[in-house]
Write a protein that binds this ligand. Structure first.
Ligand SMILES: Cc1cc2nc3c(=O)[nH]c(=O)nc-3n(C[C@H](O)[C@H](O)[C@H](O)COP(=O)(O)O)c2cc1C
Length: 186
């Protein structure tokens, strides 16, 4: 069975991100065709990116925090990124977490769950473009959540029921593409 990491996209102390990531995990866990793990970028305490050599050229990382992060991503077959939108982009924390690695991401699949005052759609598209470089294939279906209608008081996550269907379609493709891409890595 493929292992899919649900990757958080915000590291703020007051983030709503974890509530959304936990909702994704609760729906994913109903399935029996893959294993799902919540991977919180905040737990890895990655410093602001300051590597002297890009990961595309060397995996000899200077930051000791990069090694557990590398090991975690290496052990996963696919991802579901849960991203907010900050000024029309993903957060600097998520960008750094992606930038730290290269081969660990290669030839894997990903789905995107976004949220924000404008549904986080621009951040989701920004993330799709970013992921082309480390060779992560993003599936078409996605989930886009509104800070105004899927959260109470913009802080307590309470998604409209129809989002579960979009999430299921997203996970369906992440699981099948992750399974298929295993053959490319082998
Ligand atoms: C600096 C900043 C910029 C933001 N810019 C956008 C934006 O461009 N589009 C949008 O939809 N929401 C935007 N928002 C709203 C965030 O998506 C919202 O605050 C969300 O809760 C942030 O996720 P987090 O709580 O998990 O960190 C912005 C929030 C912040 C703090």
């Amino acid at each position: 069975m493929v292992k899919i990491g649900i990757i958080t996209g915000s590291t703020r102390d007051s983030r709503v991100n974890l509530q959304v990531a936990e909702w994704v995990k609760s729906i994913a866990d109903k399935r029996t065709d893959a294993e799902f793990e919540l991977v919180d970028i905040k737990d890895y305490h990655l410093p602001k990116f300051n590597e002297p050599i890009p990961a595309i050229m060397s995996q000899d990382y200077q930051a000791p925090e990069a090694y557990p992060w590398s090991k975690k991503i290496n052990g996963l077959d696919g991802f579901i990124f849960v991203t907010p939108e900050y000024n029309k982009a993903i957060t600097s924390g998520l960008k750094d977490a992606i930038d730290y690695l290269y081969v660990e991401w290669n030839h894997k699949a990903a789905g995107i769950v976004s949220y924000g005052s404008t549904l986080g759609v621009t951040a989701a598209n920004n993330l799709r473009l970013i992921l082309t470089v480390p060779k992560v294939a993003t599936v078409g279906p996605s989930v886009a959540l509104s800070l105004f209608t899927d959260f109470q008081d913009m802080s307590t996550f309470n998604p409209a029921p129809y989002h579960e269907d979009s999430l299921t379609k997203t996970i369906d493709d992440v699981v099948s593409w992750s399974t298929a891409l295993k053959t490319v890595r082998e």
